[in-house]
Design a protein around this ligand. Structure first.
Ligand code: SF4
Ligand code: SF4
Length: 158
């Protein structure tokens, strides 16, 4: 990790997090690394480290955390949260980081594409006439290509 420029840290970042569900106990983290040892993502990608993300948040590294791709690697499996001896709600903390990243305008293009599909069509994978032709070929009924309740769930003005 590069040197930290304390002049660029933001103490409000941690305060904001601690007010959100899941962020309340991050300052209780002992850096014991139990979460790291439990994390299936760390096992395949050593650059992902939930304890380090907590530490970066405590240091007030807002831009580095919210603007980083790594927060999106968390699969919300809860293995870390189940085992944390300090009761840090790590999975929910990671979800709050993702929420804050979106609110601040940081959203990876793949996640944005999925968001647009869900809010536009109600699905992560769109269904079109081509898909329905393939379904019909094996005697499966066509599926609707749009979902009329999506606009009620995700009003355009919202
Ligand atoms: S398991 Fe809990 S106390 Fe240990 S490093 Fe992870 S968050 Fe911190
Ligand atoms: S919830 Fe996220 S950080 Fe925790 S173990 Fe699972 S993938 Fe890793």
């Amino acid at each position: 990790m590069p040197d930290i420029d304390l002049g660029k840290t933001d103490p409000n970042f941690m305060r904001e997090l601690t007010k959100r569900p899941g962020g309340e106990r991050i300052s209780a983290c002992l850096t014991c690394q139990t979460c790291v040892a439990s994390c299936p993502i760390t096992e395949v990608n050593g650059t992902f480290n939930p304890a380090r993300i907590i530490r970066m948040t405590l240091y007030g590294l807002r831009e580095e955390v919210l603007g980083g791709d790594f927060i999106w690697l968390c699969t919300s499996c809860y293995a870390c949260q189940e085992r944390c001896p300090q009761g840090v709600r790590i999975t929910e903390f990671m979800t709050q980081l993702k929420n804050m990243a979106v609110e601040a305008g940081y959203i990876p293009s793949g996640v944005k594409a999925q968001l647009d599909l869900v809010t536009g069509q109600g699905r992560i994978y769109p269904i079109d006439d081509f898909d329905n032709k393939k379904r019909n070929k094996i005697d499966l009924p066509s599926l609707p290509t749009s979902c009329d309740v999506v606009e009620k769930i995700f009003p355009k003005e919202g």
